[in-house]
Design a protein around this ligand. Structure first.
Ligand SMILES: [Zn+2]
Length: 373
């Protein structure tokens, strides 16, 4: 990871680079900042720069033997500790190194921006609490007492150090205070006030701010109304910006398909309905659920308008234009039944119903219901 691949954070990058140029790299540093700010990416880029054999003025070279291994996260002097728990495969004494493949995988896939939920999902422990355990603390000491293989600095990155198990903390206090020569600890945290105080007091704090709006905007390559909205809502959190974009894409997709579907149902031209169904049935069950939930929302909003409750209606511009023509067809004669049929579809989708049959049946019912006045 090179510094230039990280979104914004110019001041922090310059500050970190300065410590290397001035030869005053503190041996235990705490990168503390909100989710989606790039703490982990900065830590890895910093470690890569320290060990680069051919440092450029403001970044690592990316092509020296050290950088090449760093880019793949396989450098023998780069170590990671993170919260873990027992899983289906690792049924006792889980250690960070048991999950290193998952770790490399998800970091590279997510451009080094990772949150706890994504990590838990990656290792299949969504319903458990993961911790940095005592055995992993022993691992830290064992690993660092070996001499470096090939790097200038041995680097130990401890991700989400607030998850360090309380009774495990004393184990690493000594090595944090007096690490072997040329060892760099980078601790990473989102909740500084949850870090055990004896650990906190042994580190130098580097506060990582949230990403500036303009930097996030550049990264996301967005424009127009959506862009401003998403960037404001994301509040400097890259993960949140990505989530909002996906959501927006899904909503647009749902809107386009719902409006098309309603027109087809209304006209009741079977061959067109079949074409529509063969396309939409290819989507995943989750997307079908999302589509039915969206349909239910538009039916509900139409009913509200029909009942003169406009102040409760929440629609974007496109939806408003559509619903102006659509709402007269959703009324007291069919509103409840339309809702019931869509809810049934949702229920059967969750239970793996055949989506083609389900959509066909529902399309015919909707056609009949839309005729009711
Ligand atoms: Zn290099």
């Amino acid at each position: 990871m090179k510094f230039k691949e990280i979104i914004g954070q110019e001041e922090i990058k310059q500050r970190l680079i300065r410590t290397i140029k001035d030869n005053r790299v503190s041996h235990a540093q705490l990168f503390s900042g909100p989710e989606g700010s790039g703490k982990l990416a900065l830590a890895i880029a910093y470690a890569q720069y320290i060990n680069c054999r051919n440092k450029l003025n403001n970044d690592s070279c990316g092509v020296c033997p050290s950088c090449i291994k760093y880019e793949k996260l396989i450098h023998p002097d780069l170590h990671f500790i993170y919260p873990v728990a027992t899983t289906k495969e690792i049924t006792k004494k889980p250690l960070s190194k048991n999950f290193i493949k998952n770790w490399r995988n998800i970091l590279i896939k997510n451009e080094y921006y990772l949150n706890l939920n994504e990590w838990y999902e990656e290792i299949g422990i969504e319903k458990k609490q993961a911790i940095i355990n005592t055995d992993d603390c022993s691992e830290i000491i064992r690993t660092l007492n070996y001499k470096t293989y090939e790097a200038e600095y041995k680097v130990m990155i401890i991700w989400m150090v607030e998850k360090l198990f309380h009774s495990a903390a004393p184990k690493i206090l000594k090595i944090l205070e007096e690490p072997p020569e040329k060892t760099l600890f980078i601790l990473i945290s989102e909740n500084q006030d949850q870090i055990i105080s004896t650990i906190l007091s042994r580190t130098q704090l580097i506060k990582i701010p949230k990403i500036k709006n303009e930097d996030l905007l550049n990264k996301m390559e967005l424009s127009g109304y959506d862009a401003k909205n998403i960037i404001t809502q994301a509040n400097g959190n890259y993960k949140e910006a990505l989530r909002l974009i996906n959501q927006t894409d899904e909503e647009k997709f749902n809107y386009n398909n719902f409006t098309k579907w309603m027109r087809l149902c209304f006209k009741n031209k079977i061959s067109d309905i079949i074409d529509f169904i063969s396309e939409i049935s290819l989507l995943s069950r989750e997307r079908h659920k999302s589509f039915f939930l969206y349909s239910l929302r538009i039916i509900r909003e139409s009913l509200l308008i029909n009942n003169n409750c406009n102040s409760l209606v929440k629609l974007n511009n496109e939806e408003t234009a559509f619903i102006k023509k659509f709402y007269p067809y959703v009324n007291s004669a069919n509103g409840i039944q339309l809702t019931e049929e869509l809810n049934k579809a949702l229920f059967h989708t969750e239970r793996n119903a055949n989506s083609k049959i389900l959509f066909m049946d529902l399309s015919l019912k909707i056609h009949k219901l839309l005729q009711l006045k």
